[in-house]
Design a protein around this ligand. Structure first.
Ligand code: 1GP
Length: 269
């Protein structure tokens, strides 16, 4: 067994996220799917615009056709902007030694144990070998589900079954996952319902609540934040309309909620 493993869980990137959330900010994450990029050479130009508008982090990943080399290349290009770069792996090939952190996710409502714990076992030593910070994340697929839902063999929770979403989120939190990602699927015709977001936030206010899938409109993003999303993720819109993506980032940046300072507000909490 290689002894040079560096296990890092919720350190710098986690502090970066949690500090902002405690200040009353909602964060915007820009998701770049290397398999969907029409031109990798335009990535810096696109990223510059989003950074200028105020995006908080870059996430790199996708459910199909993403190799570690793809993630490496995108991560190296994005790192120069000084924002945290986070892997969002659909599988173990979605890891990279060049990212600052990984959403270490379990697709909780998958019917296939591989996506719940198998891929995580396969990837854990790689994450420790690279010394990447792990952000323990319960990944919950709702409604449309998209490619992530299909490939991950999820049994998507019907859009209107808010109590099932809450039950999954609660179970994740009780298992120690401080990040809860409600995923409607990339390109979803409907984002995560506000009611689900609201209920999850009210039951586990201390978890970092990430919401993504099908968000293409600044008003929708703002409303999701108002009902409890701590992080709003947009992916497709960057390729579809950079202008719209910039509008969404600006709208999110202008939100201020009352600051929260929970008792466990130490940097690693
Ligand atoms: C998908 O939640 C993300 O994993 C982003 O979805 O591409 O629809 O913005 P969109």
């Amino acid at each position: 067994m290689n002894a040079r493993l560096k296990v890092r869980r919720e350190e710098k990137v986690s502090k970066y996220i949690k500090d902002r959330v405690r200040e009353g900010r909602t964060l915007h994450f820009t998701l770049i799917d290397p398999a969907k990029l029409s031109n990798i050479n335009s990535i810096e130009r696109v990223a510059e615009k989003l950074v200028e508008a105020g995006t908080d982090c870059f996430m790199i990943g996708g459910s199909l056709g993403v190799s570690e080399r793809d993630v490496d290349e995108v991560a190296l290009r994005l790192k120069k902007f000084g924002l945290p770069v986070i892997a969002f792996p659909g599988n173990i090939s979605g890891l990279s030694r060049y990212v600052d952190a990984v959403l270490f996710m379990s697709l909780l409502n998958s019917e296939d144990p591989y996506y719940i714990i198998g891929a995580q076992v396969a990837g854990a030593i790689v994450v420790a070998k690279y010394g990447i910070e792990a952000l323990p994340t319960g990944y919950i697929v709702v409604g449309y589900g998209g490619t992530a839902g299909y490939v991950g063999r999820a049994r998507p929770i019907p859009y209107e079954k808010h109590e099932i979403v809450v039950a999954y989120a609660l179970a994740a939190y009780m298992l120690g996952m401080n990040y809860i990602y409600l995923e409607a699927g990339s390109g979803a015709p409907q984002p995560i319902p506000q009611e689900s977001v609201k209920l999850v936030k009210s039951v586990i206010p201390d978890a970092i609540l990430i919401v993504g899938g099908g968000i293409r409109d600044p008003n929708v993003a703002v409303r999701l934040s108002q009902v409890g999303a701590d992080v709003v993720v947009t992916g497709n819109i960057v390729e579809d309309s950079l202008e719209k993506a910039v509008e969404i980032v600006r709208a999110i940046r202008s939100i201020r909620k009352p600051p929260s300072f929970p008792a466990n507000s130490s940097p690693n909490a």
